[in-house]
Write a protein that binds this ligand. Structure first.
Ligand code: SF4
Length: 379
């Protein structure tokens, strides 16, 4: 039985023995559905553009179009990064990008026009197609809120998509709060994208950003909203619980980071509230407490890149895969590589995978749906 939202509210301040008991329940639930296999995806990151029409107070990725840091990668740059990833055995290429900068800034419109485009998402589609044509990588797109026609446009060129819900708190859109004047961070917009992805049969990644000023009740409400969307459409393949990080230069540079206990409590409650088939992920580069995380019920480390940094948290290096494998073993589990699309969705390809991608992905996967081992190119 899944934990209800009202039951989850009782764990707002749990620590000590209560937290340990909660984590033990979460681990038992993880083992029932996922066994002791902990997965990761070997990926390369392509920050297609860091311009964005939103201005989240915790974001150090975004660059105003007047900034010398503002950038849209050219097709040659996309391909060069993709090829480096392929040579290092990556199977996934994650496109991360700001949301619709052309709808707010002339300079973003002009930069896109120089590349021959009017919309960032049209450019994204063509860059996905380029990667599919020229490399063996599978694109995963993280383009934020999307209309249904945009999802339809991106589906044939991406194996999965994602958008962090972050929170359903409308309070955080008020003046002085982290999502003030961010049109794409209005919770209703993000919830609409979650549901649209479900109606279009897209295996979808979402998650919570914790510690940005939301209350425990709002966090629980966010998990309940994700689970409800999954119950309607069956498409949420993973939920990331990401902890806010202080970074120099952001508006929230002095805002306290969530504690380890807060992270563990949130992971455990997420495992117990969400449908058991939803993969639960925590970023391995934003804490060194890997064994504790594993004891809170998570089963996936997400994308790890041997090639590119975490552009969203550039001061936090990816752990070596061998280091992560050792921590995973120390927790009594085994590390395994997956593709960007999880086995459950690969096995339901008629609903969740565009026909254009099926043969390619089948060739990359083992019979159980995880990633097939491959030998690296020698350069
Ligand atoms: S977090 Fe995302 S939506 Fe917010 S400013 Fe940064 S890139 Fe834009």
């Amino acid at each position: 039985m899944e934990m209800t939202a009202s039951q989850a509210l009782a764990f707002a301040n749990s620590g000590g023995d209560d937290l340990r008991a909660l984590m033990a329940r979460a681990t038992a639930r993880r083992r029932m559905h996922w066994g002791d296999v902990i997965t990761y995806s070997r990926k390369v990151f392509v920050p297609l553009t860091n311009m964005c029409r939103d201005t989240c107070s915790y974001c150090s990725f975004v660059a105003h179009p007047d900034s010398p840091r503002a950038n849209i990668m050219t097709p040659d740059q996309v391909l060069a990064t993709a090829r480096k990833g392929q040579a290092q055995g990556c199977k996934e290429l994650l496109f991360s990008l700001g949301e619709r900068p052309e709808q707010r800034y002339d300079k973003a419109r002009e930069a896109l026009a120089r590349l021959g485009y009017k919309s960032t998402n049209d450019y994204l589609r063509d860059m996905c197609a380029l990667v599919l044509r020229e490399t063996s990588l599978l694109p995963h797109v993280n383009a934020g809120t999307l209309r249904t026609d945009e999802i339809d446009m991106l589906r044939p060129v991406s194996a999965s998509m994602g958008m962090m819900l972050e929170t359903v708190s409308r309070r955080l859109n008020r003046k002085g709060m982290p999502h003030h004047a961010c049109p794409d961070k209005v919770p209703a917009q993000r919830l609409r994208t979650l549901d649209r992805a479900g109606t279009r049969g897209v295996p979808f990644t979402t998650g919570l950003l914790i510690g940005i000023g939301e209350t425990w009740a709002e966090r629980v409400e966010s998990l309940a909203a994700i689970n409800a969307s999954h119950k309607r459409h069956g498409h949420i393949q993973e939920v990331i619980i990401q902890n806010f990080q202080q970074k120099p230069g952001i508006v929230m540079a002095d805002h306290p980071e969530p504690s380890l206990n807060d992270m563990l409590r949130t992971l455990a409650v997420a495992r117990l509230m969400l449908a058991p088939e939803i993969s639960l992920q925590a970023p391995p580069n934003l804490s060194s407490r890997h064994i504790e995380y594993l004891k809170a019920g998570m089963n996936d480390w997400g994308g790890i890149s041997p090639v590119t940094i975490d552009f969203i948290n550039p001061d936090h290096d990816w752990p070596e895969i061998t280091t992560l494998a050792a921590a995973t073993r120390a927790a009594g589990c085994e590390l395994a590589e997956r593709l960007t699309i999880y086995p459950r969705y690969l096995h339901r390809a008629d609903t969740f995978l565009d026909p254009a991608l099926r043969a390619r992905i089948t060739a990359m996967s083992r019979p159980d749906g995880l990633a097939r081992a491959q030998s690296l190119e020698v350069s």
